[in-house]
Write a protein of this length. Sequence first.
Length: 739
Amino acid sequence: MAIGGLFSKRGEARGAKASARAGDQLMPISRQDAPRRLAMLDQFEDSCLGWFWATDANGRLIYLSDSAAGKLSKQTDELLGTALSSLFVLDHDADEDRAERPLGFLLSARNSIADLAVRVATGDQRQVWWSISGKPQYDADGEFDGYRGSAKDITAIRETQRDASRMAQYDSLTGLANRHRMTKRLTATLTAYKAARRSCALMMLDLDRFKQVNDTLGHPAGDELLKQVAQRLQRIIGKQGEIGRLGGDEFQIILPDMDDRGVLGELAERVIQMVSQPYSIDGSRAIIGTSVGIAVAPYDGLETEELVGAADLALYASKGGGRGQFRFYSSDLKDGAKLRRQIEEDLRDALAAGQLTMHYQPIIRTDTHRVASLEALMRWEHPDRGWISPADFIPIAEETGLINELGEFALRQACADAVQLPGDIYVAVNISAVQFANENLPRIVQSALAASGLEPEYLELEITESVFIGDEISALKMFRQLKKLGVRLALDDFGTGYSSLGYLRHAPFDKIKIDKSFVNGLTEPDNNNSAIITAITSLAQALRMDVVAEGVEALDELELLAELGVSHIQGWVYSKAQLHADLMERFADGRFEFEAEGPAKHRAERKTMFRRIGVIHEDHRYEVVMRNLSKTGARIEGLLHVPEGTQLVLDLGDGQLIVATVRRAQEHWQGLEFEDSLVSDGAGGLCTRHRVSPYALAAAGMPLQALPQGSYPLVGGHAGMAGMSRPAFMQVDLSQMRS
């Protein structure tokens, strides 16, 4: 043979067949029976159970089974003389846990090869895998003479292994990474990023009201919903990060190289908005929401367990804040979680102890400034903690099931108070989604009306769009039952994430309430809210519904809303919520009209506070009191005679620094304008986009750890060091300042 006579060809073994079959006598194949042995090897090659190959000392093929060449869609003669390693490609998709030596390395080192998995270069997208084995050969003088070896196709085995590996790392329902893979990926990322001084954000999500979809439409519908949620998340996140389903309705998103809390907040809002859009499942319409908790390494944790725990606490806080929100982790959330548990315990006794009362906020006609109705709002005065916000205790009541008891109390008390109202003033009571799902709600409403003697037309039930979740047919049936009682119905918080014109077409609403998020900033340039409000009012007028704008505080907002056709106004521009007795005293005097009062123009919301912070000027740090805070500025007190135009750095604590310029100054107070706007912290508060990096603190001598509470030696000049300048300002004794 021209290629070295490694194996004989078939013709040389034909004559051996007859003698092998002679009689019934056993005819073993001995090593000396070359014809029969070669015939057996030929049959093995033809069967494609395996192949043989050989190379010369330069790694070029000098033999390859014909059937192997056929698998490569080539003739044997085309392959002879080519490098063995050129038949295979590096597998970029190999299991990340495996670290096998590549074929080229083994050949160049003249090592033995045993069952090495290699991917065949097919020239197309097919995944074909061989397992090859071979040993180096040496001549009589000990000179290397090439390789002799075998190969077999393991594509089917490889695919089975890969499927098994994927099942171990990915969620079978959604195709997303599972808890095991996400933990592994996060650990690897944080380890690498700690060495490279990089950041990584982690989002934790769970679905609001998912259980109701499961209970109403069944578990197959719940599974389909989870698939659609996964698809939406993938469209939003794209290549920015990896998404995983941890189990149930809980998801996790790893976002490498993200620490800008403005960008993260916008992304979280987009996730909430997209996940909250309606779903079509087997002809039914389902609506859910989601809550998001966000933590960022290294600021909130450097290790996997620490960062996941921080994101979990943020998620817990976002759910406690009313759901459908995002929340960044902050060091005070641990105390907040304890407070929430205490509120839950105390809430169970609050009703029996008479700590819950009803206040009423007037809703005013835009054209006459006369009161049209009152919204009943529950208030809780805790004997030790004082007034507790409804935003804090209502979500807890909903989660624990206490909302039904509180809701019935509110309904009965409001009806009893409404009977005493003069004229045609009616009362509006909020009905939560949990109450609405109670099939006994019509009976409870009818009982409250009967007990108080209130005519049904003087009671309005305010219901949010979230009641349409899951079974819309059941929701419409409940609306019809309530309407039969003769009460009024209002669609509350319109436009906050579940809006559908279908609700207005089918449900018998008497009123639409525009959420305050559309009112705030209405008069600012380039704001589209006015166009949205115009569309809503036009639709309501066509459907003969009243329109109420909520949360109106500024006179310019009031004027524009009247021009846009809004028929009713609710907000501090007219009145805060008041006790029933105070309103009755006013009405007894015939004072049914309310005068609009408030700032002339809307401005960025400022939070009034009394909070001590640090102020840095040149190489000195001062302690001041921050009286209010907005996205673009703040008012501070505690420094005397600071000239306008002075640049300061505010230390808001927890690594938050912001550059500010003094724009107004008088004696011991200054009005500041920020160089960069603050961003929402997801809980109604404000925070800086960026924080002092723990890596920078470590470089300054502090241990590398998540940001501790308070201020740090690196922040606030070089106190105690020689060469400091004299302080430019005099600091007022804060202990003499009254809150």
